[in-house]
Design a protein around this ligand. Structure first.
Ligand SMILES: C[S@@+](CC[C@H](N)C(=O)[O-])C[C@H]1O[C@@H](n2cnc3c(N)ncnc32)[C@H](O)[C@@H]1O
Length: 284
């Protein structure tokens, strides 16, 4: 156990840590969330043998292994709540309106290439859901010469490893409609549900920081982007930067879904706001 004094995070340490986290990721801890950062980091400081917050800050500033520690830090400070078929109203618009329109337009343009991006994807439920919706809407699409990639990216390596395993417990499966459960999952020996290879095969997972302007260039050429339930962790400047990056990644005419409680008001005027069945989405 750490001694009493060392377990306290001074305001000075709090500001130093939150600045470092913010500068690298856009994740912003306002003053009233100091206790969350403190609680989450206490165990890391103990486990990593850092002794106290000051030593931890020094390590993050100067040590040659600091990039690795930042990766661990992002595992700790991120909130990774997600689920299969999250916000079905949005997904219905994706399946019934956006997908058919994009598929038709792409075909008309004379090529069969489809790129969808779940940014961020957490433990994988979102990109796998998008893949299942696509495959059930267009059953023959994989054998019909289409080049399909559904990307899932996240800043946390820990959640990406879960996504790569593609195995989920009963609780994670709570919103999966029976039809999709039958078609796209297998019950594994360990009692968990595994995503079938035909779904996994079109999902590509990678560690991408949405604040990393340079690496995001790899994601240019997207038809549809889901950037749901992450903007809430950013301040206004960070939201603007991330949304501008995503705008650059979308093809003209491409669509952006954000969380149903999120908005681009004061963040970007670059998109056309589209209302379909009272679901708001953004078109480039
Ligand atoms: C609440 S989850 C949302 C997952 C999914 N989009 C959904 O709506 O269910 C938020 C995710 O954002 C990731 N995240 C936070 N900041 C990020 C950043 N700068 N770059 C990439 N991912 C980030 C976290 O690791 C976390 O997994």
């Amino acid at each position: 156990m750490l001694s009493g004094k060392k377990t306290e995070m001074s305001d000075h340490s709090f500001y130093a840590l939150r600045d470092m986290i913010y500068e690298r990721s856009g994740i912003f801890f306002p003053d009233q969330k100091k206790y969350i950062l403190e609680n989450r980091l206490l165990r890391r400081i103990e486990e990593g043998g850092f002794n106290d917050f000051e030593k931890y800050i020094d390590f993050l500033r100067f040590d040659s292994l600091r990039d690795r520690e930042f990766s661990t830090l992002f595992d700790i400070v991120t909130t990774n709540e997600t689920s299969f078929f999250r916000d079905m109203n949005q997904l219905e618009v994706f399946e019934s309106f956006v997908l058919p329109q994009i598929v038709k337009e792409v075909e008309k343009a004379g090529y069969k290439k489809l790129r969808i991006w779940s940014a961020p994807c957490s433990t994988g439920e979102e990109p796998y859901t998008l893949a299942m919706l696509l495959l059930s809407k267009f059953p023959g699409i994989q054998g019909a010469g289409w080049d399909i990639e559904i990307h899932g990216s996240d800043i946390s390596e820990c959640v990406l490893n879960s996504a790569r395993r593609g195995e989920y417990n009963d609780y994670s499966m709570r919103n999966v409609p029976p039809l999709y459960l039958d078609r796209y999952f297998t019950k594994n020996g360990n009692g968990k549900y595994g995503v079938k290879p035909e779904v996994k095969g079109i999902v590509r997972l990678s560690n991408i920081n949405l604040f990393d302007n340079l690496r995001l260039r790899m994601f240019r050429g997207m038809n549809i982007v889901f950037c749901r339930n992450v903007l809430i962790y950013f301040d206004e400047a960070a939201k603007k930067r991330v949304i501008a990056n995503i705008y650059d990644c979308l093809l003209p005419g491409g669509y952006l879904f954000i969380g149903h409680a999120e908005s681009l008001f004061n963040i970007s005027r670059a998109f056309k706001l589209v209302n379909i069945n009272n679901i708001l989405l953004y078109q480039k």
